[in-house]
Design a protein around this ligand. Structure first.
Ligand SMILES: Nc1nc2c(c(=O)[nH]1)N[C@H]1C(S)=C(S)[C@@H](COP(=O)(O)OP(=O)(O)OC[C@H]3O[C@@H](n4cnc5c(=O)[nH]c(N)nc54)[C@H](O)[C@@H]3O)O[C@H]1N2
Ligand SMILES: Nc1nc2c(c(=O)[nH]1)N[C@H]1C(S)=C(S)[C@@H](COP(=O)(O)OP(=O)(O)OC[C@H]3O[C@@H](n4cnc5c(=O)[nH]c(N)nc54)[C@H](O)[C@@H]3O)O[C@H]1N2
Ligand code: SF4
Ligand SMILES: [Mo]
Length: 767
């Protein structure tokens, strides 16, 4: 792979995390041969992490799906059967089959018997076309995505507090902040390029830049912390409300900002009056002194920048956790100005674009909602639909969608670009759904995966590098991804597959697109006048000018670094070139989001943001005698989710080849467990076998497992055998970060070292 001359280099975007780094890709003999950082991309300035470097070996592999496949009853039969074997069919056959069966199911059971489950790894065009088919033409809002497991609590947090979704800060704020609150985010492993930027900032001014890390595990992120708070899982709201109380009592709040730009502060004060900081610290399992330190550092900052991710979002208390962070920023006026702001980190490369395109079951394109009659009408007009075509009832959210399928209410499901039989909570319930469905269509790049194994119709997706499209990263920056090589076999882009099925269902007039560019320009119309306005962007412009940050309301608008900059009555950053080390950062201009209406600085009716009074709700499942430990789950630096690509690289697998469990020495000794032992982890829902890693980096009473392995790696390899499907009542995001478990040596394997066992297994496999 490494040898030989590169024929050409092309600029694109990383298909992994939401940092959204620019990549420079070397093509040789029509294949992706080399990946480097792209110094011209303003979000990453040439930096990148290990994962994309190993893409070349993972793209054109023997397990790629090369043509449409259908599970058929036997020779001559025209219907599918769950038990039949997968056979090659033509695109035409697969498309007509799906279309006629969807139509039949809609006629017999109504449109809500159909559901679609998509992905934050979709391009914006994929999202838009899927949404249009389901919500506009099939007539159901049952279009949800894996972002429900990821960003839904952040969306609800922003909308409820600021009036609209959309992270206010930009990455360049890292270079100006002097206090970082990293809470429920392991940035060193999961957003490494941004973490590097924070590290550089800290190194440049070590005495004045303070980093606070809040996580029940002492992750690699905590290594740069001035203050590390290993709180009890789930207790964030108590911590943040405690910090708020201290900020107020120390007079570290911005009274003028609160008076001018917010509502609800008095109610919040009323509620925090009852908070005792000593009691709060106790609930969180930290010292009161540390709690006071955290508040003081935040309150004294010139620029306070908070980053958070799944440690806050994936919780039954997820929306309140988001609101509690935003409260700190509203109370101190730390929003809309250089080096400050509440910055929710997006997980997937285009979870942001998904939100813009309305890719959750309660949303419509352009940050609109299905519940809002004006919004429905605006979308109906662009889609050429009569009034009242779009249902006002929010569709099923991910967990509900699979539960409805298990009950037989959802009869047909189309799963695209996600692997729920690994990534959803409580996999037994998900498998039940898979087995019950009358029609299951799966579109993926690879087969088998834990999910494709259940497909009745399996469609080959052209993946990253083989198709073009647009994605938005965490800082609202939009990048065009070119098609650099031919798709393998007969694989097609996801949006094209959906549009073809739409046409075959009789809606060809609504899906006339010749290219993804056509889709994109239809979509951007629907952003006009919205907070996420990028009606001034076209594919051509992105190709010519490179990545741009929204809002970009007209053709010559340069883009916007920071939202809500008008609150402080000044432009925060002078337009023009900026330097980051010896690299030139492209010029950006800060434009106030309030420029459309004087008073309406925030996108609320009266232009004011809202202080909510976040109430602490404990995890749905608390430890008890039978299940005395709290399990939390998450990610490893060198693996991406269900490992369909990163799992193919020898070097990325190094150091973590099999499922493992991190457990505190005190909990381990009690159970006579040592590092390397094979243990069994049980919850009320299932069990897992894993290798023990005894470590003080996790809190006593808690334990941790990565969720990358699914049941294909062994029925008892998946962390989600254990997790609970409890959800936040507002965001419907499941609590993937906490469930009660018990751990013991695996019966029959006492004294067996996992490493030996796995060596033996590996040998047996090799023969
Ligand atoms: N290497 C790698 N990077 C990735 C991904 C990947 O698969 N691999 N996936 C991407 C995606 S889609 C996402 S969503 C992001 C996720 O990025 P992160 O959210 O940073 O990653 P996680 O490991 O899921 O969880 C983060 C941390 O939350 C902590 N935590 C657990 N419970 C609590 C709690 O109650 N309170 C607090 N404060 N912390 C808690 C965990 O110990 C963990 O260290 O990563 C993205 N980047
Ligand atoms: N226990 C636990 N569970 C979790 C989490 C956790 O922290 N703990 N985190 C949750 C979060 S935040 C997330 S985002 C999810 C992620 O979970 P998933 O979305 O299920 O994980 P991926 O492996 O990214 O799945 C993407 C699938 O799409 C395929 N694919 C790749 N490119 C393309 C393409 O261009 N088109 C199509 N059609 N397919 C393609 C890949 O082969 C793969 O099968 O996991 C969630 N589950
Ligand atoms: S930090 Fe994220 S976007 Fe950047 S190279 Fe790594 S995985 Fe890709
Ligand atoms: Mo995610």
């Amino acid at each position: 792979m490494e040898s030989g001359k590169i024929d050409s280099w092309q600029d694109t975007y990383c298909p992994y995390c939401g940092v959204g780094c620019g990549l420079r890709v070397g093509i040789r003999d029509g294949k992706v041969a080399k990946v480097r950082g792209n110094p011209g991309h303003p979000s990453s300035l040439g930096d990148l992490c290990l994962k994309p470097i190993h893409l070349p070996g993972a793209l054109d592999t023997p397990d790629r799906i090369r043509e449409p496949l259908m599970r058929m009853n036997g020779a001559g039969s025209d219907a599918h059967s769950a038990k039949g074997s997968l056979r090659k069919v033509t695109w035409d056959k697969a498309t007509t089959y799906i279309a006629s069966n969807l139509k039949r199911i809609v006629q017999r059971h109504g449109p809500d018997a159909v559901a679609f489950y998509g992905s934050g790894q979709f391009t914006t065009e994929d999202y838009y076309v899927a949404n249009k088919l389901l919500k506009g033409f099939i007539g159901t809002n049952n279009f949800d995505a894996n972002s429900r497991l990821c960003m839904a609590s952040a969306v609800a947090g922003y909308v409820s507090a600021l009036g609209s979704d959309g992270p206010p800060p930009a990455y360049e704020d890292i270079d100006h902040a002097d206090c970082f609150l990293l809470i429920g985010a392991n940035m060193a492993d999961c957003h490494p390029v941004l973490f590097n930027r924070i590290k550089r900032r800290k190194k440049r001014d070590p005495d004045n830049v303070k980093v606070i890390v809040v996580d029940p595990r002492e992750t690699r992120t905590a290594a740069i912390a001035d203050l590390f708070l290993p709180i009890r899982p789930g207790s964030d709201v108590v911590l943040l409300n405690g910090m708020m109380k201290i900020l107020v009592s120390q007079g570290k709040i911005d009274r003028a900002f609160i008076a001018e730009h917010t509502n609800g502060f008095d109610e919040l004060m009323e509620a925090t009056r009852q908070v005792s900081t000593a009691a709060a610290a106790k609930v969180c399992g930290i010292s009161e002194g540390d709690l006071i330190q955290a508040a003081r550092r935040f309150g004294e900052a010139r620029g306070a920048l908070s980053f958070w991710s799944m440690g806050l979002n994936q919780s039954v208390n997820g929306v309140a956790k988001n609101q509690a962070v935003i409260n700190l920023h509203l109370a101190t006026g730390q929003i809309g100005k250089e080096g400050s702001g509440p910055f929710s980190l997006t997980g997937q490369p285009n979870a942001m674009g998904g939100r813009e395109a309305g890719g959750l079951s309660h949303l419509l394109p352009g940050y609109r909602t299905v519940a809002n009659a004006d919004h429905r009408q605006q979308v109906e007009r662009v889609w050429g639909l009569p009034e009242d075509s779009i249902s006002d009832k929010p569709g099923l959210a991910a967990v509900d969608m699979f539960e409805a399928a298990a009950r037989g209410e959802v009869k047909a499901m189309w799963i695209m670009c996600t692997n729920p039989v690994v990534s959803m909570p409580n996999l037994d319930a998900v498998e039940k759904a898979m087995e019950k469905l009358e029609l299951l269509v799966v579109t993926d790049a690879y087969h088998p995966t834990d999910t494709t194994r259940y497909a009745h119709v399996l469609l080959p997706a052209a993946q990253w590098s083989e198709r073009d499209g647009v994605m938005t990263n965490s800082e609202r920056r939009i990048t065009y991804l070119p098609r650099m090589v031919d798709p393998v076999g007969q694989a097609k882009p996801d949006w094209r597959i959906i549009a073809d099925v739409g046409a075959a269902m009789g809606f060809s007039h609504a899906f006339p697109y010749a290219s993804s560019e056509d889709v994109f320009s239809e979509f951007t119309q629907l952003t006009r006048g919205r907070v996420c306005d990028y009606s001034g962007v076209s594919v051509r412009r992105l190709q010519a000018e490179g990545p741009l940050q929204w809002p970009i309301p007209d053709d010559d608008h340069p883009g916007t670094a920071r939202l809500y900059a008008g609150l402080h009555g000044r432009q925060s950053l002078p337009p023009g070139d900026k330097m980051e080390g010896d690299r030139k950062v492209l010029p950006v201009e800060t434009v106030s989001a309030g420029r459309e209406g004087e008073a309406k600085v925030f996108a609320t009716a009266d232009g004011r943001a809202t202080f909510h009074t976040p109430e602490f709700v404990a995890p749905a499942e608390l430890p008890n005698r039978k299940f005395p430990l709290l399990l939390t789950t998450g990610r490893l630096r060198n693996q991406w989710h269900t490992m369909t690509r990163t799992g193919k690289s020898e070097s990325l697998l190094k150091g973590a080849r099999e499922p493992f469990l991190e457990i505190h020495p005190v909990d381990a000794v009690r159970r006579q467990i040592e590092t390397g032992d094979v243990v069994e982890v049980r919850s009320r829902r299932g069990k897992v076998w894993a290798t023990a890693r005894v470590t003080e980096s996790i809190r006593e009473g808690a334990c941790f497992m990565p969720f990358h392995w699914g049941r294909m790696a062994g029925r008892f390899s998946a962390a989600n055998n254990l997790t609970v499907s409890a959800v936040d009542p507002i965001s419907k995001e499941p609590e993937l970060k906490a469930c009660a478990v018990e751990v013991r040596l695996r019966p029959g394997y006492e004294g067996v070292r996992a490493s030996k066992l796995y060596q033996r297994l590996a040998k047996a496999v090799r023969g």
